[in-house]
Design a protein around this ligand. Structure first.
Ligand code: ADP
Ligand code: MG
Length: 711
């Protein structure tokens, strides 16, 4: 990595860490932003300290030494500090070297938090701002007070193995002092900066890394957030424009046929479903490809919309591809589509990593048959199988269609934009592009939708099918735990099944996190089996299990051979197990509301009364109030907005999922800013669809393609 040689020489561990973070240029390092800032605490005398407050103490070091933690034996640094009013001990946990840094007689400002042990106060992990002399106040030499230069904010960077926040602070400051930040062109046009009163790139870099005050830091963060949201939208809108500049299949199905098809369903469509179907069918006879997102809570009936609209393509002699995120879901959709299309004699295919199947079988016309992949691919390429359902295997190069007219993607957030693009480009050269319907059950706030789904037209399924009983949701405090187990037992007695979701574990190393989760999931299953529900069968579902075990467990749960399934939230368990009517969520305060809502969705699919027990040990009234929103909010969209307002964007189910940085997610709270960024991006795209007149944008997007397409 030669880029840093003129500036500094990181050691090998640090080089590895930089590589891992993708920081392979000066610009990338300059764009590594602090997560927060340590504010100077109020200035205090030793005599007036209170436990828990952040303070700045001006004093003199009396002594210092390294030591070991009382119980933990971890190395620490210690010093005794004195001012005119008394003495206090400073302790640096995990930073024994601090004892060498502060030596006897040293004058300094110490910034840290006051803690207490056995009735004695001490200062924890203080930052040390060294001073060389005493101040002279009113003719008296004294330890100084109120010097404003000590009031700067210290940026705190996300740390990684081998690189501390201090390392980033020091080196980025150095780059800025060398003027490196002024060498990089501002990606945002001057007119936009002026219009929205945003600081220039160079200024914003100074402000974000060493702000004089919070206002500067905030202005800088706003600018970078705007930049991110603007370019993300620019990319998405450009891709959409380009996509829609291609011709597509135009087809029409008679209303009579649609009505006949709809009548065969065992229920009446909701108003939302009818409207969605109408919208999609009308998109089908425009001469440009549809790119639409169908967003509806779990259980709102998206599959039916997919099936009815697929009919239009099938009746026109064209092909439909249905992409599902997991094998279990793919198989489930395969079976549903067979049911819906059997009476029309339509063939349906299934492609997953493991198997290929086709309906009907030649021998028994009401059953499916396993076939080899080459055979299936041959038939699909020949246009003989109008509906093909599959997992990622469907995206592979060998899969070719005759006339792929309609692509349906279920749970679309599981797929990246590139994967979507690959599927819709499955057409050979001169053929029209297929229409695209993405479906998602993840309710997200409007600002986030505008940003990350900027390339999709939106259809919402806001209501649930009539007659569906709402899930009875209750927040269970620790004293009610036993009581609720008895209520669960009552459901089990009726022959129903139960999900138990284990809490998240905060652990920065993802591998370690998964291992810990697996352990705690197994432990909880064992506890429930032995101590609580000995008369029922308890089993475990976890993403660390191998694929075969996962499927076997799922199969057994579907067949009611397992009564209680203990799982982590990461696993797509109960895809559709209508007999599971209870979900019990442990450590609920560690989940976002939207995520809790999705977990609850697993028991919505039943006609029996379903229950969601939210176990929380939290004492914080704020956390409890947040959880209460699950009881009161009308739907997932409302919850997502509450989640955003209360918890902050950073927690919306994982930033990575949306392809936005922490900073970008912060911006999502600001509807005005997102709307402004969108307006600017639209204005540019409307005049210059492929950005050929804006080479600087194209270059910027190409450099950041990885981030913008998040894969
Ligand atoms: P999702 O939107 O989560 O994909 P599904 O399409 O799987 O939901 O539908 C959930 C269940 O609701 C299915 O069993 C489906 O047959 C049923 N369903 C769908 N639409 C209606 C409706 N309008 N009335 C009653 N039940 C419906
Ligand atoms: Mg679905």
């Amino acid at each position: 990595m030669p880029w840093f040689t003129p500036f500094f020489r990181p050691n090998l561990i640090q080089q590895k860490a930089l590589e891992r973070l993708g920081l392979d240029s000066v610009e990338k390092l300059l764009r590594y932003f602090p997560a927060r800032y340590n504010e100077p605490g109020s200035q205090k005398n030793v005599a007036n300290l209170i436990v828990g407050e952040e303070v700045t103490i001006y004093g003199r070091v009396l002594s210092s030494k390294t030591s070991k933690g009382f119980k933990s034996k971890m190395p620490m640094g210690e010093a005794v500090i004195e001012d005119e009013t008394g003495k206090i001990k400073a302790i640096w946990f995990h930073q024994a070297y601090m004892a060498k840094k502060v030596v006897e007689g040293q004058l300094a400002a110490f910034r840290g938090k006051i803690a207490e042990r056995n009735g004695v106060l001490y200062l924890t992990n203080p930052e040390v701002i060294e001073k060389s002399s005493l101040s002279n106040i009113n003719g008296k030499e004294t330890l100084f007070y109120g010097e404003s230069e000590d009031n700067y904010l210290v940026p705190i960077y996300p740390e990684t193995k081998g690189i501390s926040s201090g390392w980033f602070y020091y080196h980025i400051k150095k780059l800025i002092s060398l003027g490196e930040h002024e060498e990089i062109a501002d990606p945002l046009p001057a007119e936009i900066l002026k219009k929205y009163n945003l600081p220039s790139f160079a200024t914003a870099l100074v402000w974000i890394h060493s702000p004089k005050n919070m206002a500067d830091a905030t202005a800088a963060r706003k600018r970078f957030a705007f930049e991110e949201v603007f370019f993300l939208q620019l990319a998405r809108l450009r891709d959409k424009k380009i996509y829609q500049s291609n011709p597509s299949y135009s087809f029409k199905v008679s209303k009579l046929e649609v009505d006949k098809f709809v009548k065969r369903f065992p229920f009446k469509p909701t108003a939302g479903q009818s409207k969605a179907i109408e919208q999609i069918l009308s998109d089908f006879h425009k001469d440009q490809p549809m790119v639409r997102l169908l967003e509806g809570d779990v259980g709102s009936g998206k599959t039916m919309v997919a099936a009815v609209t697929a009919l239009a393509a099938v009746q026109s002699g064209l092909e439909v591809a249905y992409l599902a995120p997991t094998e279990i879901l793919a198989r489930q959709h395969f079976e549903s589509f067979i049911k819906y299309f059997e009476h029309l004699g339509v063939q349906v295919g299934l492609i997953t990593g493991k198997e290929c199947r086709k309906f009907p079988s030649k021998i028994s016309p009401h059953e499916t048959t396993h076939i080899s992949k080459p055979t299936l691919l041959k038939w699909v390429a020949g246009g003989e199988i109008p509906i093909v359902v599959g997992t990622h295997a469907l995206i592979q190069k060998q899969v070719k269609f005759k006339d792929l007219a309609y692509v349906i993607i279920d749970e679309q957030h599981r797929f990246g934009v590139m994967q979507r693009a690959k599927l819709v480009r499955k057409q050979s050269g001169s053929k029209p592009l297929p229409h695209l319907l993405s479906m998602t059950a993840t309710p997200i706030p409007r600002t986030l939708a505008l940003t990350v789904y900027g390339d999709l037209d939106l259809t919402l399924l806001e209501e649930m099918p009539a007659g569906r009983l709402p899930v009875i949701t209750e927040i269970i405090t620790p004293d009610k735990r036993e009581e609720s187990y008895e209520r669960v037992r009552a459901e089990l007695k009726k022959g129903r099944q139960v999900y138990v979701i284990c809490p998240r574990i905060a652990e920065p190393d993802p591998d370690k996190e998964q291992a810990l989760l697996l352990k705690s999931t197994k432990a909880e299953a064992e506890r429930l089996q032995k101590k609580v529900f000995p008369e029922y069968t308890v089993d475990v579902m976890h993403s660390k299990l191998n694929q075969g075990d996962k499927e076997e467990t799922m199969k057994q749960f579907t067949e009611s051979k397992i009564d209680i399934l203990v799982s982590t939230s990461v696993v797509e368990v109960g895809v559709n197990v209508p007999n599971a009517t209870v979900i019990l969520i442990e450590g609920a305060e560690r989940f976002g509301l939207a995520q809790l809502h999705q977990l609850r969705g697993r028991v919505i699919r039943s006609n029996h009364q379903a229950y969601c027990f939210i176990f929380s040990e939290t004492k914080s009234t704020k956390s409890l109030a947040r959880l209460k929103a699950l009881v009161t909010a009308k739907n997932g969209f409302e919850l997502a907005e509450i989640d955003l307002a209360q918890r902050g964007a950073g927690k919306l189910g994982g930033e990575k999922q949306w392809g936005l940085s922490d900073l970008g997610m912060e911006a999502i709270k600001n509807l005005k800013m997102v709307a402004a960024a969108r307006l600017e991006a639209e204005t540019i795209i409307n005049k210059d669809a492929d950005l050929s007149q804006h080479p600087q944008f194209t270059k910027y997007l190409a450099n950041r393609k990885q981030e913008i397409h998040f894969e």
